[in-house]
Design a binder for this molecule. Structure first.
Ligand code: 8BR
Ligand code: GLC
Length: 474
C-alpha cells in the first residue's frame, strides 16, 4: 500500500517485452526495479496510523518432544474430533487439540484463552525463545517505521516492555498539559503497567504430533496462536488515542485498522456489536476528514461477528486485505461460496464480488502462499500496483529470513527465489482472463480497474511465519 506520488506512471517496461524473454531473470529484474523505486521515494509518503491490536508475542518452537501428551489429553482430542468443539481454550487440553488441528492442516489459526489459569499454565509449560512485537497494528507500525514512514500506533497497553519493542518513527498519542500530542512511542511508556503475552507456537514442515492413536504431520511451516489479551479482545480504545486522534490527522494518508478477530460474542453487559459500533464511529469521523481506511482481516471464528464486520465495517472503508482462508470465511458471512480457496481464479472472483457489492472499497489486496492478487478502482495505475506488490513480497521474504525488516536487510529478501506454485497460479489466472500478456506482465487494466497478480518470493526455512500477512498487506 505504501505509495508515493512521484512513482505514478513510472512503471517498468515489463509489459511490452516479447513472451520468450519471460523467465526468472526478467522477474528478478522487475523485483529489483520496483524495490529501488519504492525505497527511493518512500520518504515522500504521508503519515500512517495503525490500530487497534498491538501486543507482545512469545515465540515458542514446537517439536515432537514438546508435543508429548498424556492419555487423558489424547482421549480429549479424540472425543473433541468426533463430537465437536468450540474454538476456545478453556483448559490446557484445548491447547493441544488446537495444535493438533493446526499442524494437521498446516494452517495458521488463533484461539482465545478463556481463563487466566490456563494462560498461567501455558507460561509454566513452555519457554519462549523470543519476545517480539505482535498484533497487526504493532507489526505494521514497525515495518513502516523501519522503512522511514512516520506512523502513529494504537496501543492498548503502553507498558515499558511493549514500548521497548517499537522501531524508530513510531509515535503514540498522549495528553500532556491538557493537550493531545504525538510523541515517540518509546517516550509514551507508562510506568507500573504490565503486558501479557500471546503464545505463538511455530511449527516447521514435517513436525509430527503423534500418539498411539493420533497422527498429524505438518504439510508446511506455520503457527498456532493462543491469545490472552483482555483489552484487545474487547477492542478497548486507549482514551488519549480516542479523544485526541481526530485533531492529529495532518499529513495522515491512511488509517489501517485490524483486531476485530479478537472480539468475543458477549461481555459483561455488552456484546461484540457494541464494541464494533464504538470503533466504527471513530472510523467514520476519521474518514470524514479525508483519511483513507484500510481494514486487514484475520481469522475470525464467529460467523455472527463476521456478519457484523461485513455489515458495519465494510461500508466505511476504502481498502481491504486478507488471505485465502479469511476470504472464504468472509464470503460465507456475505452468504457466498468460494469453490476452491487455494486457487487464483477463486481469489479473483471473490475480490471482484466484494468490490461489486461494496462500491466504497477501491482497493483489495489478497495473499496466498506463492502469489498475491490486488485490484484497485480509481486509485493506482496498473504498473504501480504491480510494483507495490513486488515490494511487499520482498518485505515478507525479508521478514521470513530475519524476523524483522530494516532498510539494509531488504536485499536478502530480493535474493530469495520466486515460487513455482505462484507462477502456476498466475498462469491459471491469465488463462481465465484470456490475456496471455498477463502471464508475463503480471498486470492489466480490466473494466476500468487495475489488476495485478504476482508470483512471490518464498523463503525455504523461515525463522518465523507470524506477522508475514501483516507485512504483505501494508
Ligand atoms: P497470514 O499471516 O495472513 O496468514 O499470511 C501469511 C502469508 O505469509 C502467506 O499468505 C504467504 O504469502 C506468506 N508466507 C508464508 Br505463510 N510462509 C512464507 C515464506 N516462507 N516465505 C515468504 N512468504 C511466506
Ligand atoms: C494476531 C495475534 C498476534 C499476532 C498477529 C500476527 O493479531 O493476536 O499475537 O502477532 O496476529 O499477524
Amino acid at each position: 500500500m505504501v505509495r508515493t506520488s512521484p512513482l505514478r506512471g513510472g512503471g517498468l517496461e515489463f509489459k511490452s517485452r516479447p513472451a520468450h524473454q519471460k523467465g526468472e531473470q526478467m522477474m528478478d529484474e522487475a523485483y529489483k526495479k520496483a524495490v529501488n523505486l519504492v525505497i527511493k521515494n518512500i520518504q515522500k509518503a504521508g503519515r500512517y496510523i495503525t490500530a487497534f491490536n498491538t501486543n507482545i508475542d512469545a515465540i515458542v518452537k514446537v517439536n515432537s518432544t514438546s508435543l508429548r501428551i498424556n492419555k487423558k489429553t489424547e482421549e480429549y482430542i479424540k472425543k473433541s474430533l468426533s463430537s465437536g468443539f468450540k474454538r476456545e481454550i478453556w483448559k490446557i487440553e484445548d491447547l493441544y487439540l488446537a495444535l493438533f488441528l493446526s499442524i494437521k492442516r498446516g494452517k495458521a489459526d488463533e484461539w482465545l484463552i478463556s481463563r487466566k489459569e490456563v494462560y498461567d499454565d501455558i507460561a509454566k509449560r513452555f519457554s519462549p525463545i523470543e519476545l517480539r512485537m505482535g498484533g497487526q497494528a504493532g507489526i505494521m507500525a514497525n515495518v513502516l517505521g523501519a522503512l522511514g514512514v512516520e506512523t502513529i500506533v494504537h496501543c492498548a497497553i503502553l507498558s515499558e516492555e511493549q514500548c521497548s519493542l517499537f522501531e524508530k518513527n513510531v509515535y503514540a498519542v498522549r495528553k500532556m498539559n491538557g493537550e493531545y500530542k504525538v510523541v515517540p512511542v518509546k517516550d509514551a511508556a507508562k510506568k507500573g503497567i504490565y503486558s501479557t503475552y500471546n503464545w505463538i507456537f511455530e511449527f516447521a514442515k514435517g513436525t509430527e504430533f503423534k500418539t498411539e492413536t493420533l497422527q498429524a504431520i505438518a504439510p508446511r511451516d506455520n503457527r498456532f496462536i493462543a491469545t490472552w489479551d483482555p483489552k484487545n479482545s474487547k477492542m478497548e480504545i486507549d482514551k488519549d488515542f480516542k479523544d485526541g486522534i481526530c485533531g492529529l490527522l495532518k499529513n495522515v494518508e491512511w488509517f489501517v485498522v485490524s483486531g476485530y478477530q479478537l472480539l468475543r460474542e458477549r461481555y459483561n453487559g455488552e456484546t461484540y456489536a457494541d464494541r464494533i459500533k464504538e470503533s466504527v464511529s471513530l472510523l467514520k469521523e476519521i474518514r470524514k476528514k479525508g483519511v483513507k481506511i484500510h481494514l486487514e482481516l484475520a481469522s475470525t471464528h464467529s460467523l455472527k461477528i463476521r456478519r457484523e464486520i461485513v455489515k458495519k465495517v465494510f461500508p466505511v472503508i476504502d481498502s481491504l486485505g486478507f488471505n485465502e482462508v479469511e476470504m472464504t470465511s468472509f464470503m460465507e458471512a456475505m452468504s457466498k461460496k468460494v469453490i476452491d480457496e487455494h486457487d487464483s481464479v477463486s481469489l479473483y472472483t471473490g475480490i471482484s464480488e466484494i468490490m461489486k457489492k461494496y462500491g466504497n472499497i477501491r482497493r483489495v489486496h489478497a495473499h496466498d502462499l506463492g502469489y498475491y492478487l490486488a485490484i484497485t478502482k480509481n486509485y493506482l495505475p496498473t504498473e504501480i500496483l504491480r510494483d507495490s506488490l513486488l515490494f511487499s513480497s520482498t518485505l515478507a521474504a525479508t521478514k521470513a529470513i530475519h524476523g524483522r525488516v530494516t532498510r539494509k536487510n531488504i536485499k536478502d529478501g530480493l535474493d530469495t527465489p520466486i515460487s513455482e506454485r505462484g507462477k502456476e497460479m498466475i498462469k491459471k489466472l491469465s488463462n481465465h482472463l484470456n490475456d496471455e500478456n498477463f502471464e508475463s506482465s503480471w498486470c492489466m487494466e480490466l473494466n476500468g480497474k487495475s489488476l495485478s497478480a504476482i508470483a512471490t518470493k518464498v523463503v525455504k526455512n523461515p525463522v518465523s511465519t507470524v506477522g508475514l500477512g501483516d507485512t504483505i498487506s501494508i
